[in-house]
Write a protein that binds this ligand. Structure first.
Ligand SMILES: Nc1nc2c(ncn2[C@@H]2O[C@H](COP(=O)(O)OP(=O)(O)OP(=O)(O)O)[C@@H](O)[C@H]2O)c(=O)[nH]1
Length: 429
């Protein structure tokens, strides 16, 4: 493992020795960041990523227009890993997860996402999946629950299309917006296994409603094919949005995010967690994005909890780095596990068990991370998820020559320790 200073080129960090942006190879994809975008009044610049400054209306002129490309991704094939390399600790079996509720969240950036709340059988925390796009669906949420009414399904978020006052059926959206057929229906959609239930079978709160057709789980390929809509000649079709593909021909983007109260809520410049959360959401909301998922795991402080993390901060102010501080507190340098993330991705149809329904180019996931352990760990004990590509997360301050992003001595030390002691690959090379 490289030592600090060896791995990090002197020009890489604006705090070490800033060079003009054009000199840094990893900046080639970010030439648009020269723009001096206006900031939201009253908020310090270093807390805000460009796409969220100011709150944007989709399609309107906002700073995001200058950030319309994803960072270059790097192909991954963990089956080629040298078995002698350090492997992350994996649970033998994945935990069981169930999405108990989902809701649409319009965000301050203008993008919309669906927040999924999960329960599981390995801890009593509520882990989350933030889903961008329409075609990623939770199997456990969509599954029928005994005795539930249509209203129950709508209240827990197991509905197709959009809710509106007066809607009666979770399965059929009578006012489904027609939209131009711009992309083919995706064979791997989570709604592939749906069928049409006749209108007599749709029951809302015990009452039969006259809405048709009604979507329900479990069908045959023939039935599904017969439901494919016809172009009406005006380039419009009535396929529910979930059945229209968000695909851009690539595997979906995934970010596994660990809770960080200080970085996300308390404006801490000791880490770049808040910035990374914003950036992942921004990339998944770009106009040509296929959407994606941020799995938000409740493992604060790399799994040691907030109280211990705050003690670690005091030890850091006393001269220790982030790894030493954890060890002095008798915690591992990183106490996290990723089995819950793997199980949640599988539930969202992003596991290898769903891949056979998809075109080859869309199989697997593209994982936003610099952390090599995360890549291996998220794949799970039996490769339940396949990481096809790693998309690096380069700190905003590096990409902008220090003009934006989290800055300061603490974040520099934090990143240096990640690279030098934890093997993070924070270079686009
Ligand atoms: N113990 C400890 N945890 C920290 C510190 N700074 C941030 N964290 C925690 O680190 C976690 C965030 O790490 P991530 O952003 O997921 O970073 P990573 O997995 O190491 O790597 P990336 O995926 O490349 O970002 C959160 O749980 C934070 O609360 C620190 O100084 N000490």
């Amino acid at each position: 493992m490289a030592r600090p200073g060896e791995e990090l080129p002197s020009h890489a960090s604006p705090m070490i020795s800033p060079l003009p942006r054009s000199a840094a190879p990893y900046l080639s994809n970010w030439s648009d960041l020269n723009d001096e975008s206006p900031s939201t009044p009253g908020l310090p610049n270093n807390l805000i990523s460009p796409a969220f400054t100011p709150p944007a209306t989709p399609g309107a002129a906002t700073p995001s227009r200058h950030l319309n490309a994803e960072p270059k991704s790097i192909p991954v094939d963990t089956s080629l890993d040298d078995p002698a390399t350090k492997q992350p600790h994996l649970l033998e079996k994945l935990p069981h997860v169930e999405c108990v509720v989902r809701a649409r969240i319009p965000t301050t950036s203008g993008a919309e996402m669906f927040l999924h709340l999960y329960q599981n059988d390995s801890d009593n925390k509520e882990h989350l999946a933030i889903v961008f796009g329409n075609s990623i669906r939770s199997r456990s949420l969509d599954a029928e629950r005994p005795g539930e009414t249509e209203m129950d399904r709508m209240i827990r978020g197991a509905y197709i299309g959009r809710l509106r006052p007066g809607r009666m059926s979770s399965r059929f959206d009578p006012d489904q917006n027609k939209r131009p057929l711009s992309r083919r229906a995706r064979s791997g959609s989570a709604l592939k296994n749906v069928t049409t239930v006749s209108e007599e079978e749709a029951v809302v709160d015990g009452t039969t409603v006259t809405a048709s057709p009604v979507q329900s789980p479990a069908t045959t390929q023939d039935e599904q094919t017969s439901e494919q809509p016809q172009d009406n000649g005006a380039g419009l079709e009535t396929l529910p949005e979930e059945m229209q593909s968000d695909s851009n021909g690539k595997p979906p983007l995934v970010r596994i995010h660990s809770e960080c109260y200080t970085g996300e809520t308390a404006w801490s410049a000791r880490c770049d967690c808040g910035e990374q959360l914003d950036e992942a959401a921004r990339l998944m909301s770009l106009p040509d994005s296929a959407g994606g998922v941020i799995v938000y795991l409740r493992q604060e402080g790399r799994g040691i909890g907030l109280a211990s993390k705050l003690k670690a901060y005091n030890l850091q102010d006393l001269g220790n780095d982030t790894v030493e501080a954890n060890l002095l507190l008798r915690h591992p340098a990183d106490a996290r596990t990723y089995g819950l993330a793997t199980a949640i991705l599988q539930d969202l149809g992003l596991g290898t068990d769903s891949d056979e329904n998809k075109p080859e180019a869309e199989r697997g996931i593209r994982l936003l991370t610099n952390n090599p352990d995360k890549v291996r760990a998220v794949e799970g004990p039996n490769k339940e998820v396949r990481v096809r590509e790693r998309v690096p997360m380069i700190p905003l301050a590096w990409r902008t020559g220090g003009a934006k992003g989290v800055r300061g001595a603490e974040i520099e030390k934090y990143l240096e320790t990640k690279i030098g002691r934890m093997g993070h690959m924070i270079r686009d090379d």
